[in-house]
Design a protein around this ligand. Structure first.
Ligand code: BG6
Length: 498
């Protein structure tokens, strides 16, 4: 018998693997002033930085800077941005629809025609280049009026408004969009007050409240009961949206979107192993199991007990959850963390995941560990658990970039990060994981979600905009632009070569 030795560097990605990039409306789109869109929850958050918190205010203070109001102006520059994606060879572009652009307060019965037209224009432009849109229904976005009136998802009230919005977009864009995600990183609610606001639309009662993940802020207003309610109501809304999407167009494929939180045991002390299991369960599988399997995991009541909360899951809720399971599982992955029961191990600074550091790993300028093996591990874990196609819809390196005098931007560190993560996902595919695609976060530089700054850049396209809002918003190709183009052209092969 003849055995051929497989070339270890040969691409195992299927020919229709979806390579691309990803953004969210509130970080990318802008287009508030002079337009009819309403304020969305993130529009109430000021700019911050690695060392200074963001603030959320109850009303827009004209003396403060709110980066989402203009973001990087995709609203007016979508043609130029999409042309750049086409040049890189994108097969897919992930974006979110800003709910408040269609329903400015969330309470309107009919959508705003200017908002409807804008997204048609974007989808037509993508179609022109054969780029498939992947649309997130809510990427931390909720009309601010709705959120402040209802305390966000902590009550059931937004479900009706959300479904009206979903019905509108599923019907309106039926011939333009086939791939949908319901809520971005629903499990971010388990990551402190920042998660409550962004993930749950739970706005604090104070006039001006510091929020942050990079810096420690006062979290005494946190209320676990509200948080668990918000998760449950979003799970219900997500299931109803999945069902509706399938009814309106059986071709629709709808995914969940989980914040990929990899937590290793800090040591081989069995107590640390149990702690890591607990973190993995609560941070990932609590929401994932409901969206994929259609029911809360067996460990849920124990978590409720430990967190001293009560989650009412009625028979009707159970039926809704069962009937609204997703078609595929998408997630974000940037870094990993560790878990320990030992109170003497310090929490790593800047770490959004709120875990101790890992002595084996280097970190980004913002303190996020760089761990491609964690991606391979997580892909295997998720696939073993769910046996559904997976989709990496966010990955990338947030770093400071410098533009040379000739306009070039040499971001070899970003290329290195992406290369190592693509190699890791390649290995996971070799392990048997079914992977639909890979989209790089913030493919065009945009506003950082956690810090509200521009300095933390992820893009392959540089945007001339600075932390204080100055800059002409011009777009410039970085070295990673040319590199990623080769990766896509070679269906991943260019990333596998050393
Ligand atoms: C993900 C979010 O958690 O991380 C994005 O879905 C966010 O909205 C991304 O931008 C990176 O985080 P940051 O804080 O660096 O922008």
């Amino acid at each position: 018998m003849n055995f051929t030795t497989p070339n270890p560097a040969a691409s195992v990605f299927s020919p229709d693997f979806l390579w691309g990039g990803t953004t969210s409306a509130h970080q990318f789109e802008g287009g508030l002033e002079g337009h009819r869109r309403g304020l969305s929850v993130p529009d109430m958050m000021t700019g911050g930085s690695r060392t200074a918190p963001r603030y959320i205010t109850r009303t827009v203070d004209p003396d403060l800077y709110y980066p989402s109001h203009t973001a990087v102006d995709f609203f007016h520059r979508y043609k130029e941005d999409i042309a750049l994606y086409a040049e890189m060879g994108f097969k897919v572009f992930r974006m979110s629809i800003n709910w408040a652009r269609l329903f400015p307060t969330g309470f309107e019965e009919k959508p705003d025609p200017e908002g409807i037209a804008f997204y048609h224009n974007v989808f037509h432009e993508l179609q022109k280049y054969g780029i498939e849109p992947l649309v997130t229904l809510s990427h931390y976005e909720m009309p601010y009026k709705l959120a402040s009136k209802t305390r966000g998802w902590s009550t059931r009230e937004p479900i009706e408004s959300f479904l009206r919005y979903c019905k509108t977009v599923f019907e309106e864009y039926k011939n333009e969009v086939r791939l949908w995600l319901t809520f971005n990183e629903l499990n971010i609610l388990f990551m402190g007050v920042y998660g409550n606001i962004n993930g749950g639309g739970i706005v604090p009662e104070g006039e001006k409240t510091a929020v942050g993940t990079a810096v420690q802020v006062d979290e005494s207003w946190d209320n676990p009961q509200l948080r668990y309610n918000a998760v449950h109501h979003q799970l219900i809304a997500s299931a109803l949206a999945v069902k509706l999407a399938h009814e309106i167009n059986p071709e629709n494929q709808v995914g969940c979107m989980i914040l990929g939180r990899v937590a290793y045991p800090y040591s081989c002390d069995p107590k640390d192993v149990l702690k890591a299991q607990k973190v993995m369960r609560k941070a990932n599988y609590y929401v994932g199991d409901v969206q994929v399997r259609g029911r809360y995991p067996a460990f849920a009541p124990q978590i409720w007990k430990e967190d001293k909360v009560y989650v009412e899951v009625s028979d009707e809720d159970k039926k809704i959850l069962e009937e609204g399971t997703v078609d595929f599982v998408s997630f974000s992955y940037y870094s990993s963390t560790t878990a320990t029961d030992n109170p003497d191990v310090p929490i790593a600074s800047g770490n959004m995941m709120r875990g101790p550091g890992n002595p084996y790993l280097k970190s980004s300028q913002w303190g996020w560990t760089i761990d491609p093996n964690g991606l391979k591990w997580y892909l295997n874990e998720l696939y073993d658990r769910y046996q559904k196609p997976l989709f990496i819809v966010e990955n990338g390196l947030g770093a400071e970039d410098t533009m040379e005098e000739d306009g070039s931007i040499h971001d070899s560190y970003r290329i290195d990060y992406m290369k190592r993560h693509i190699q890791a996902m390649h290995e996971a595919v070799e392990d048997g994981v079914e992977l639909m695609g890979y989209t790089v976060w913030g493919c065009t530089d945009l506003v950082s979600a956690s810090t509200g700054e521009m300095d933390k850049r992820y893009g392959m396209v540089y945007v001339n905009k600075q932390n204080d809002g100055s800059g002409d918003l011009s777009r410039h190709k970085k070295d990673s632009f040319y590199w990623y183009k080769q990766v896509i052209e070679s269906n991943g092969q260019a990333a596998l070569e050393q």
